[in-house]
Design a protein around this ligand. Structure first.
Ligand code: DLZ
Length: 156
């Protein structure tokens, strides 16, 4: 749920005009991930990141997020990466394998690359829960991911 610390409330403490952020977007559950992308993009811009410094990359599904995030994070001029995805539980354990792999992959990447790689991946039981968190009554987790990457840049 969006709390006060996680929503955009003004410009950042640091100068973000020269910071470059990649947003990697999974195409599975596209209606949800597009809404998350919009939330992240708008929030980054509102916080002070130039639109020309927000780089979008698409991947087929959430499982592909860590590798594409690594490719982006390895670039010298990229300061942080936001991973956007939406994994919805189905009838088989596939959901668990994807969620665990992506969460672990993104976490490992943070430590390996030493740049903030944000986990903006919804893992929900159904589409309704996902839409509620992608601009619905529970806020937009893409926006929260943007605030998180900026907070991490402020710390570092
Ligand atoms: C195969 C699959 C399934 C069943 N469900 C989702 C999902 O809910 N969300 C998502 O982002 N991706 C899903 N995928 C695709 C996998 O992430 C991956 O793209 C494929 O297994 C190929 O590696």
């Amino acid at each position: 749920m969006a709390g006060t610390l996680k929503t955009v409330s003004g410009k950042s403490k640091i100068n973000l005009s020269n910071k470059k952020i990649a947003i990697v977007v999974a195409e599975w559950n596209e209606d949800v991930t597009e809404a998350l992308f919009d939330g992240a993009h708008q929030a980054l811009h509102a916080l002070g990141v130039k639109k020309s410094n927000i780089i979008r990359v698409n991947v087929p599904g959430s499982f592909e997020l860590p590798l594409a995030a690594q490719w982006m994070a390895e670039k010298k001029d990229i300061d942080g990466v936001i991973c956007i995805g939406c994994v919805i539980q189905g009838d088989t354990p596939h959901f668990d394998y994807i969620c665990q792999a992506v969460a672990y992959g993104v976490m490992k990447l943070n430590l390996k690359i030493n740049k903030p790689i944000i986990f903006g991946v919804l893992t929900t039981l159904n589409k309704k829960q996902a839409l509620e968190r992608a601009g619905g009554k529970l806020g937009n987790k893409g926006e929260e991911a943007a605030v998180t990457v900026v907070k991490m840049l402020e710390i570092h």
